[in-house]
Design a protein. Structure first.
Length: 278
């Protein structure tokens, strides 16, 4: 997966910080797969059927067709703290581009993943991996089990609630937000949905023992224009791994939507070691 090599005073400190930053970026990518919004207070919400809630969330999410966004990454753990820069480009329904830079503009890695194939280039190691897009290959690169559609939805700021949502008659509510659940092996996912603009504000993942694995909060939502329609996009994303005491914070600075001329390009040097996966 994407990770950082910074020039430290000693080789041992360098390796420790690289591994920690890599783990935190993986935590970020996990979280970006499950997207976002701002909340409202109170618990007295009107009853709404899960089916209706799912339709409204998916309708809002579908308004974003292409996206370009970039911003700051800050991370913290018992081992180290630091910051970097992330750039994301998306063209639905089939392309995701991600570029990550570390402190001082040091280029870390780039990835272009389409519905059919992918290119991953580790700048620090001058190594490229090419192959067909499937859950196994994406999982091997990102070190998380994720489908292409989940990856696409996460980065685009528009989460789609799929058929695996547990279809109770009416959605539950908690702290002024609707809540719905979905099974995910091993464990459960819980989505907190804003009742005003019908976007996912918070996401929790639990293991088979109902212990929190990942907590994700989305905030600072702005009304953005996309092809003449209003979309809601989170400027901030905070991810926390309680057990490992790791956290990642993303603050999007620049964002544009539904441009027709969005482009993707990864330049791999001739000197790079290229590996092809099946």
């Amino acid at each position: 997966m994407l990770f950082l090599k910074i020039c430290w005073k000693s080789l041992e400190r360098k390796r420790t910080k690289i591994n920690t930053f890599k783990a935190l970026i993986l935590l970020l990518l996990t979280a970006l797969i499950f997207n976002a919004c701002s909340g409202s207070g109170g618990n007295d919400l009107d009853k709404v059927q899960v089916k209706e809630l799912k339709e409204k969330v998916n309708s809002n999410s579908s308004l974003i067709e292409t996206m370009e966004a970039s911003g700051n990454i800050a991370f913290d753990s018992p081992e180290q703290s630091g910051q970097g820069w992330i750039e994301v480009r998306i063209k639905k329904p089939d392309s995701v581009f991600v570029k990550i830079e570390g402190p001082f503009g040091i280029s870390i890695a780039q990835a272009l993943i389409t519905r059919y194939d992918f290119i991953y280039y580790n700048v620090q190691e001058n190594r490229a991996i090419l192959g067909p897009t499937n859950d196994i290959n994406i999982g091997a690169i990102l070190r998380i089990k994720v489908s292409f559609d989940e990856l696409l939805s996460g980065f685009s700021g528009g989460f789609m609630l799929h058929e695996n949502i547990i279809d109770t008659l009416n959605a539950e509510s908690e702290n002024g937000l609707y809540t719905v659940y979905a099974p995910r092996e091993p464990g459960t996912q819980k989505y907190f949905i804003d009742p005003a603009i019908f976007t996912v504000q918070k996401y929790n993942s639990y293991d088979e023992n109902k212990k929190t694995v990942v907590e994700v909060n989305y905030g600072n939502y702005f009304e953005e224009s996309a092809s003449g329609k209003t979309v809601y996009f989170p400027s901030s994303i905070k991810i926390n791994n309680p057990e490992k005491k790791q956290s990642v914070y993303v603050d999007y600075v620049n964002k544009t939507f539904n441009k027709s001329d969005i482009k993707f390009n990864i330049k791999i040097p001739k000197s790079a070691k290229v590996t092809k996966w099946d």
